[in-house]
Design a protein around this ligand. Structure first.
Ligand code: SF4
Length: 385
């Protein structure tokens, strides 16, 4: 069996105004003890997993690893290397892709060279925008110039697989600033691009300002939903014209550079999450580690598995996941195969949604209609109704 490993680094320099993740601004003195705990989880993982009663440790080859967060690039490269080395010692590894998420302003030549030497071969940069006004309003630490510097440093250090993220729908974003951000991104020619539609969560400071009013986080300067959808569609056209393949609702790649690790999520392939708040899936069970870094570390130091929640995936849940995750991929799903696997009859509902222009057939594959990608969640809800 092939396995992906996700390593969660829940530390950030500041909290972005739109962020609702379980991450925080902690003293850097906590970084090394946290890395110690993650290395311990890696080293003891088979025993801890078995003793937890959730699942047996599988006979698996680890082919992808992804260090996400948070801001993993805040850690000292030697600490990141310790985790990679622990993974190499604790698991049977034949790495095909090892990704590190990095914020532009944290990238230096010395770090980039050390990441390369540690075994990272893919860097995913949280660019979000090339407009300083938007970056500042969102509470990001970097500015446009930092993105150019980061890109140059990574190329000079030998990285040949770089991903850039943009967010459509940031406060102060306009048609002109969005087109400029997409243009700047294309000029740097990353191998992979992610574009996320802004989601306003009530748990974020921006979300609270939307609900309660105020001027601090520029909630009144948020673009409309229609403007955001228009940003996305214009980016789709420009990325296609520049040779990028749109392979998942939020993701594009030059040929051969799709994220191997993230594809596992959408294909329901097994992955284990390490670190505070990390999620795991082995095909039949899903479980999540304790979110709080302190209780995560304390549980491990007592020799126990730091799991916070675990569930067996029912047949009905598995079917929903196949549809929801499968249809996020633009190649679509093999509906006949899924119906046969789950003994389900989905065709009448599918045909209703197809008649409404929400789904379409592409050969024998069923996929979201290309002009309905921005309302994918509504289509999924209708399909699962
Ligand atoms: S860098 Fe990412 S995880 Fe950290 S606060 Fe910003 S959005 Fe949240």
């Amino acid at each position: 069996m092939r396995l992906g490993l996700y390593v969660q680094v829940p530390f950030c320099q500041t909290k972005c105004t739109y962020c609702n993740f379980h991450t925080g601004v902690f003293s850097s003195e906590l970084y090394v003890p946290y890395v110690d705990a993650v290395c311990r989880e890696v080293a003891e993982h088979p025993r801890l997993l078995r003793e937890s009663g959730i699942a047996e440790a599988p006979d698996a080859v680890v082919d992808t690893a992804y260090f996400g967060g948070g801001t993993p690039s805040l850690l000292d490269p030697s600490d990141l290397r310790r985790v990679v080395d622990a993974i190499r010692s604790g698991f049977d590894c034949k790495f095909e892709e090892v990704t590190l998420e990095a914020d532009p302003e944290t990238i230096t030549s010395a770090k980039a060279i050390a990441w390369c030497e540690a075994g990272f071969d893919r860097i995913s940069i949280g660019v979000q925008s090339f407009a300083d006004l938007e970056l500042k309003a969102a509470g990001r630490m970097h500015r446009r110039e930092d993105v150019y510097n980061a890109s140059r440093i990574l190329r000079d250090s030998g990285f040949r697989n770089i991903s850039f993220d943009l967010i459509a729908g940031l406060p102060h974003q306009t048609d002109e600033s969005w087109d400029d951000s997409v243009g700047q991104l294309l000029a740097l020619r990353p191998e992979h691009v992610s574009i996320y539609l802004m989601e306003i969560d009530e748990g974020s400071r921006l979300g609270l300002e939307v609900l309660q009013g105020g001027v601090r986080y520029s909630a009144s300067a948020l673009p409309s939903d229609d403007a955001m959808a228009n940003f996305y569609e214009r980016a789709c056209a420009r990325l296609a014209a520049a040779g990028y393949m749109h392979y998942e609702i939020s993701n594009w790649a030059l040929p051969g550079f799709e994220s191997r690790h993230n594809l596992k999520y959408w294909r329901r392939e097994p992955y284990f999450g390490l670190g505070a708040g990390a999620h795991s899936f082995n095909g039949t069970q899903r479980w999540a580690n304790a979110h709080d870094p302190a209780s995560y570390s304390a549980t491990l130091s007592q020799g126990r598995f730091p799991v916070e929640q675990a569930e067996t995936v029912t047949l009905a849940q598995a079917l929903e996941e196949e549809l929801f995750l499968g249809l996020r991929q633009l190649a679509g799903i093999d509906l006949a195969g899924i119906e046969a696997k789950y003994g389900a009859s989905l065709r009448p509902r599918v045909e209703e949604l197809r008649a409404l222009g929400l789904l379409e057939w592409h050969g024998t594959q069923l996929r979201l209609a290309p002009d309905r990608l921005t309302i994918s969640n509504e289509v999924f809800v209708s399909l699962l109704d």
